[in-house]
Ligand binder design. Sequence first.
Ligand code: NI
Length: 217
Amino acid sequence: MNALAEQVRTYGLATAPQLLQGPALSQLQSEAERLVSQFTVHGYRSDDYWFFEQAGTREPILYRIHNLEQQGSAPINALFADGPLHELATDVLGCEARPTVCAMIVKMPRHAARVPWHRDRTSVPPNTVINLSLFLDDSNSDNGCIEYVPQSHLLPEDADVTAVHQRGPIEAAPARAGDVLVHDVRAVHASRSNSTDAFRRSIVIEFAPIDLDLPHS
Ligand code: NI
């Protein structure tokens, strides 16, 4: 097993540095900008564009573009269909993997909310289903990088998420644009708000073994 796969198995999270670079990355960044500006500039709305209204100003704050592979974007569709993320997922899971869910996580400058502590799924055993987050922007604790509790993916299904993160230890998982953060869907994780003037965007694709019948999360 490779080192990254072993790290995911042991701790529940690991980073594949600079998996995408150059034109492959910049195409996705421009595409992300186009999709987000449909909402922020052109007033586009759909059930896939998840937002909340800011208290007071009622300004709509976009935080997720769901069903990202269905938004008519060629570079994103290509990423979902095949390529480096599929290879990485297959390496980590040790079997052929298929993409199940695809979304863009958007932390708008200044206004993004924190994401509370949670687990993405607990209906599957540890080391079975993973989330790959391809970062389109650098991410650190100022703009809401992912934080997690190492080894929490091994805790039972009914573990108390609040107690788990309060007990800690909590580890920050900063990333650079082009890095792919791999985490077990059972890992207890969260992210803070974005206090900077820049976007923090990532494309998240969940991968499961090709023969696993996965219930909806
Ligand atoms: Ni999550």
